[in-house]
Design a binder for this molecule. Structure first.
Ligand SMILES: Cc1cc2nc3c(=O)[nH]c(=O)nc-3n(C[C@H](O)[C@H](O)[C@H](O)COP(=O)(O)OP(=O)(O)OC[C@H]3O[C@@H](n4cnc5c(N)ncnc54)[C@H](O)[C@@H]3O)c2cc1C
Length: 284
């Protein structure tokens, strides 16, 4: 069953009914970062679709169902700096906060002031610190039944044409990496924070691959021969070891097998456990 609404009271009412019924449920945004089981999902999928954006000086308010790109473009259009490097990241504002989305050295947490969410009983507002943001992490990932309704972001004034130029440059590079026709969920695995790696692994990582204190998981994947691996219709890109896509009739089962294979190769060679950035739906 699929339920969507732009109304907060309706969403809370629907969620309460679903929870009381004992049915399985999943809350999704635009569905760009999900691996869904080949058996589908036997339960209720809920989506909060309110997508309002408003600007008051340097403060931008965004409802969770707005597309992140709309928020990025809106901010750029109003000469506000802070989100322009996130151009081209698909998906909704709600999910971007949930997973602390980011690209090109910046993540959404740098701009977030407050997040308004439903905790299953009442609506609450968290400050940036209370959101406990880390690399691709937030408190919302650890409380999957907390549903983000809106956020307030604080940005800085800057010339709109400069911001547009930065965003267009990034978009050009992104479109080469992720052509619009490619069936993929973005990066499958999270990158790794250099300082958190075991010393023995740190010593093996060449300086040139470290970016903003992170080691791309693609480095470890490439070292274990991931590029070009194919299982049925699912393939690891020849040009990027952390980009796995569906060549046509690929299945979730084939994708999960590749993910398991790559994780075990990296585990055996480096003693590291790669962690998925993608979220699973319908796997029990
Ligand atoms: C081609 C491509 C490139 C990408 N590049 C990047 C990148 O550069 N950087 C990056 O960070 N990500 C990237 N991604 C991943 C993806 O864009 C982000 O994870 C995005 O935030 C997902 O948004 P979504 O609305 O599609 O979320 P979904 O896939 O629908 O959901 C993702 C998770 O968010 C949760 N969620 C959704 N809405 C809410 C809500 N309102 N409240 C609470 N939880 C919610 C869901 O429960 C789910 O667990 C890329 C994906 C693709 C396909």
């Amino acid at each position: 069953m699929y339920v969507e609404t732009p109304s907060e009271p309706s969403f809370m009412g629907a969620l309460n009914i679903v929870r009381a019924s004992g049915a399985e449920f999943a809350v999704i945004g635009s569905g760009t970062n999900l691996i869904v089981s080949d058996n589908g999902f036997r339960g209720v999928v809920l989506r909060f679709t309110a997508s309002g954006l408003s600007i008051d000086g340097r403060i931008v308010r965004a409802e969770a169902g707005a597309e992140l790109e709309a928020l990025v473009d809106h901010s750029i259009g109003h000469g506000l700096r802070g989100l322009e490097t996130m151009t081209g990241i698909p998906g909704s504002v709600g999910a971007a906060i949930y997973g602390n989305a980011g690209a090109y050295g910046h993540s959404i947490n740098e701009s977030v002031r407050h997040v308004r969410f439903f905790d299953g009983a009442v609506i609450r507002v968290f400050s940036n610190a209370e959101c406990e943001f880390h690399y691709r992490e937030s408190v919302f990932k650890r409380h999957k039944h907390w549903i983000i309704f809106s956020a307030e972001l604080g940005l800085a004034p800057a010339p709109a044409d400069e911001l547009r130029k930065t965003a267009d440059g990034i978009l050009k590079v992104r479109l080469e990496k992720y052509p619009v026709t490619m069936k993929c969920a973005g990066s499958i695995f999270k990158n790794l924070i250099m300082a958190e790696l075991p010393e023995a692994v740190q010593q093996q990582v060449p300086e040139r691959v470290i970016r903003e204190g992170k080691v791309p998981s693609a480095y470890f994947l490439e070292e274990v021969g991931a590029k070009g691996i194919q299982n049925g219709g699912i393939r690891v890109a020849d040009y990027h070891a952390n980009l796995i896509y569906n060549t046509g009739g690929g299945t979730a089962r084939e994708l999960c097998a590749i993910i398991a294979d790559l994780k075990s190769r990296v585990q055996n060679r480096f003693g590291l456990t790669l962690e998925e950035e993608v979220q699973y739906v319908g796997f029990g």
